[in-house]
Ligand binder design. Structure first.
Ligand code: NAD
Ligand code: DAU
Length: 337
């Protein structure tokens, strides 16, 4: 059976994608290749352990030996999501970002080239474009102008993916998506942090004046777009993915509090993130016109649905916040290395 390797499948977007890929691609084995860093949580995939077409391979994208294990057999394609993904952590220490995002992407590209895979989708981010002023949107031709160590490392990997196509003719597509929200997001990121802190009646840290703008997309819509690019994307092309749903942070936080019936007095303004990008907005007309993708979820329904999910999965986020989630691997697979 042909295999699709999804890297970072134990993370937020990756775990949603693994589930969707198993449903949408019934002829494929889905290999989840993940190092299980602090952000990797096999509880996100609970119930799939005995699925006949799902396989988990623990390993590091920056290790050629580990990557070789993931690439055993008939690998038809790669969806590369594994990354260090949190801007604030990259400001504290960028070293893991350079290793995983830059070095890891090159190791993976080299292995995929040797294997002759038919499609390699590199999951980049809208943050590689830098920050917008009050107007305008990012298009695929917007010059890269990354501002944080995180986005700089993603821009490095994005360009390495581009070079693999340009130099070696590899069938690479690059996607650049806006902010995702939905189930299984690690509660260091704004939305799950706000929801879980509000449920615990804890203060909600808002950076700076809270007027920064992000373009929010429901995670399932991102995953549908990635599968669309995997199946129909033209090699060498970049596709922006976005929700056409720009919101100021403070507005978003107030919406969550109102939906949860919690007081706005929980909001605590804190020191701004250094180098904080002011505004992101995506023009997603290319993927709509060329591949027929559009978000299926509206924010007005998907935000309450997401809040409900966190309400109903209190054990999940409490395990993450307490660190207990790290025992899940040992219970399922024995001791971590
Ligand atoms: P996440 O932090 O939730 O998950 C990352 C996963 O990668 C984890 O399971 C982690 O264990 C794994 N990983 C980290 N280092 C690894 C390594 N060296 N080898 C193998 N696996 C490793 O991230 P996410 O939010 O799900 O984002 C996934 C991808 O999508 C990233 O590439 C990110 O840059 C990109 N992206 C995210 C968003 C967003 O809003 N979250 C938007 C656009 C693009
Ligand atoms: O745009 C895509 C990117 O979105 C992805 O590439 C990143 O992997 C992902 O983490 C996300 O980056 P952001 O920095 O936009 O997401 P974060 O959830 O960290 O922050 C969202 C906004 O909320 C941002 O303006 C900073 C602000 N914020 C964040 C946190 C964690 C706060 O005001 N308070 C907080 O406690």
């Amino acid at each position: 059976m042909k295999k699709l390797v999804i890297t970072g499948g134990a993370g937020f977007i990756g775990s949603n994608l693994v589930r969707l890929a198993l449903e949408r691609l019934p002829q494929m084995e889905i290999v989840n290749f993940d190092a299980l860093t602090y952000a990797g949580n096999l509880e996100n995939l609970a119930g799939l352990e005995s699925h006949p077409r799902y396989r988990f391979v623990k390993g590091d994208v920056a290790s050629p030996e580990d990557v070789a294990k993931a690439f055993e057999g008939d690998v038809a394609g790669v969806l590369h999501l594994a990354a260090e993904s949190h801007v604030d952590r990259s400001i504290q220490d960028a070293s893991a970002f350079v290793r995983t995002n830059v070095v890891g992407t090159q190791v993976l590209l080299d292995a995929a080239r040797r294997k002759g895979v038919a499609k390699f989708v590199h999951v980049s981010t809208d943050e590689v474009y830098g920050s917008l002023g009050a107007t305008g949107k990012f298009i695929e031709e917007t010059p890269l102008a990354a501002n944080s160590p995180y986005s700089a490392s993603k821009a490095g990997s994005d360009l390495l993916a581009r070079a693999a196509h340009h130099t070696h003719g590899m069938p690479v597509c690059i996607t650049r998506c806006s902010n995702n929200y939905g189930p299984y997001q690690f509660p260091e990121k704004l939305l799950p942090l706000v929801i879980s802190n509000a449920l615990e009646n804890k203060p909600i840290p808002v950076y700076g004046d809270g007027r920064n703008v992000r373009d929010w997309l429901y995670v399932q819509d991102h995953c549908e777009a990635l599968l669309r690019v995997y199946e129909a994307g033209k090699p060498g092309e970049v596709y922006n993915i976005g929700g056409n749903n720009e919101l100021e942070n403070l507005y978003l936080v107030k919406q969550v509090l109102s939906l949860l019936g919690k007081p706005e007095s929980l909001i605590t303004f804190v020191k701004d993130r250094p180098g904080h990008d002011r505004r992101y907005a995506i023009d997603a007309s290319k993927i709509r016109q060329d591949l027929g993708w559009e978000p299926a979820h509206r924010f007005e329904q998907a935000l309450p649905k997401t809040i409900e999910w966190y309400r109903n999965h209190e054990a999940w986020w409490r395990h993450v916040k307490s660190g207990e989630y790290r025992d899940y691997y040992e219970r399922q697979y024995g001791k971590r290395s």
